[in-house]
Ligand binder design. Structure first.
Ligand code: FAD
Ligand code: NAP
Length: 468
């Protein structure tokens, strides 16, 4: 029997468990999926936007894996932290450990004024509206949503997500699982202008077309794009292809078509009834503007100073010596996520990942027996949910190739009993089901569908079926 711990119950952790179940090389496998949170699914629960119900429903296929009789969910057990279990001790309990801990921190912008009140990472904003218990009912958003003008820095899918939540009426979010405090703050939001700003051109933007198009379908919001800014982009200016250049990737071509439509004035959005409660929101997509400083007034952010850039002919940009200030009382920095060092595991601080060879963790450049890695902490913070499936498969292929040697190592008969002896209080699947029931009950009492519990105490008491 091969006993494996998977650390992290996000997509990469669950796909790792699934790949272990679906193989035939080692028929007798037991998988414990550990998570520091009492809730499963990682960023599918705490990142995917609440109004993306179809993607959220992927939880159902992840659930089927976690409910397999060979799999045990072990929530509320952190690895590597002060209150958790160290990688060295965990290795005593299982034949192999696969780290699938994601990349939870935000990348810094590294410009003056970045930490002024009113300037937040998109990571924090996302965690807030997703009810991540580390953020709780953070009062920052009430303060932040008092802004009339917001700048979102970055043109990836996270930038589009946060801009959409800012521009979407709270009324529409009532049907989602957004926690109460966030819904209330969004209802009272004064934000009217949302500027999404890229330092390079539209053909280098990282958002995908479906997500871009959604901005144009928000009731009561208008999208505007400046045609002169688009025209700076050589690929935009020469839609039939640049002489001697490779054909544009399909996603870039589609993005440019959507932007072309908006710049031609078709940004008026069906369903945006003037006079409705949500009317009058404007989303402006800006390009070739590199942030150089966050401007301050009265101790708070008052805007962003950008250097005007121009294409350098090879996909990058150069500064032109000109500047533009955009007024904003709220700045969300959506410039990417970053892996966090897990004490006791090797870490590459430049890439923000665990060094590995085909998923085998490298210590001093050499594969460390029984230690593996998958997902964002292996590849870095890019890729959609599905990308983690092939990533997990590669790791499991390496693990299975090592299986004969791994099963010669000792493993605990009952790792959960040992974790309890070490003072940990795991939340198992039944505990998670209790949380789900409590969230459904909370939603019913508010006349909504399930509503997320946003704090540790609430989640843990729900998991233990305690009624305060
Ligand atoms: C804001 C946002 C929105 C997104 N929206 C979409 C979308 O709509 N569609 C799409 O296809 N992709 C989306 N993605 C991408 C997708 O979420 C990722 O590809 C995917 O979640 C990465 O999976 P992962 O398992 O590596 O990490 P995660 O999903 O982050 O899972 C990591 C898990 O590890 C746990 N963990 C962390 N540290 C420890 C520890 N020390 N001990 C124990 N457990 C630990 C965490 O609690 C978490 O449950 C989005 C990403 C972000 C950031
Ligand atoms: N609906 C979905 O499918 C969905 C939703 C959310 C996230 N995701 C996925 O999750 C992953 C992470 O998304 P993400 O948006 O966090 O990251 P991302 O796709 O890497 O985008 C980051 C953006 O920040 C910009 N940026 C980086 N450093 C900057 C700086 N110093 N100044 C100004 N701009 C800077 C980048 O510009 P440069 O290109 O110039 O570096 C880029 O536009 C992606 O793979 C994404 O597709 C998917």
């Amino acid at each position: 029997m091969l006993s494996v711990a998977v650390v992290g119950s996000g997509p990469s952790g669950v796909y790792t468990a699934q790949a272990l179940l679906q193989q035939s090389l080692v028929p007798d496998v037991r998988v414990h999926v550990l998570d520091r949170l009492p809730t499963p699914y990682g960023l599918v629960r705490y990142g995917v936007a609440p109004d993306h119900e179809k993607i959220k429903s992927l939880q159902n296929s992840l659930r089927a894996v976690l409910e397999d009789e060979r799999v045990t969910f072990v929530g509320n057990v952190g690895v590597g932290g002060a209150d958790g279990v160290s990688p060295a001790r965990l290795a005593e309990l299982y034949h192999a450990v696969v780290y699938c801990v994601g990349a939870s921190a935000d990348r810094a912008l590294a410009v003056p004024g970045e930490s002024l009140p009113g300037s937040y990472s998109a990571t924090r904003f996302v965690s807030w509206y997703s009810a991540h218990p580390d953020i709780g009912a953070d009062p920052f958003a009430r303060d932040a949503l008092g802004a009339r003008s917001a700048v979102v820095i970055g043109v990836g899918n996270v930038a589009v997500d946060v801009a959409r939540i800012l521009a979407r009426g709270a009324g529409e979010l009532r049907r989602t699982d957004v926690p109460r405090a966030a819904l209330r703050a969004l209802e009272e939001s004064r934000v009217r202008d949302v500027h999404i700003v890229g330092r390079r051109g539209p053909s280098q933007a990282r958002f995908t077309t479906k997500e871009l198009r959604e901005l144009g379908a928000l009731p009561g919001a208008r999208v505007a794009v400046d045609p002169t800014e688009l025209a700076l982009d050589p690929a935009y200016a020469a839609p039939d292809g640049l002489p001697g250049a490779l054909p544009l990737p399909a996603v870039v071509r589609r993005n440019l078509e959507v932007l072309r439509g908006w710049s031609a004035g078709s940004g008026a959005v069906p369903g945006g009834a003037p006079g409705s409660a949500d009317a009058g929101r404007r989303i402006r997509l800006r390009f070739f503007l590199r942030p150089v400083e966050l401007l301050e007034r009265g101790g708070r952010v008052a805007g962003v100073r950008f250097a005007r850039t121009a294409p350098d002919g090879s996909g990058g940009v150069r500064d032109t010596g000109r500047y533009e200030d955009i007024e904003a009382q709220l700045v969300l920095r959506a410039v990417g996520y970053r892996g966090v060092e897990l004490p006791g595991l090797p870490f590459d601080p430049v890439r923000g990942t665990v060094p590995h060879a085909a998923g085998r963790v490298l210590r001093g450049g050499v594969p460390s027996p029984g230690e593996y890695v998958a997902g964002w902490i292996k590849r870095g913070p890019t890729g959609v949910i599905g990308s983690n499936r092939s990533c997990a498969k590669e790791t499991v292929t390496s693990l299975l190739a090592d299986a004969a040697a791994l099963t010669r190592r000792t493993a605990a008969d009952d790792p959960l009993a040992v974790l309890r002896e070490w003072g940990l209080r795991p939340v198992e699947w039944a505990g998670w089901l209790s949380i789900e029931r409590a969230e459904a009950e909370l939603g019913r009492s508010l006349g909504r569908g399930p509503v997320k519990i946003p704090d540790w105490a609430g989640l843990l008491s729900a998991a233990r079926d305690e009624h305060p």
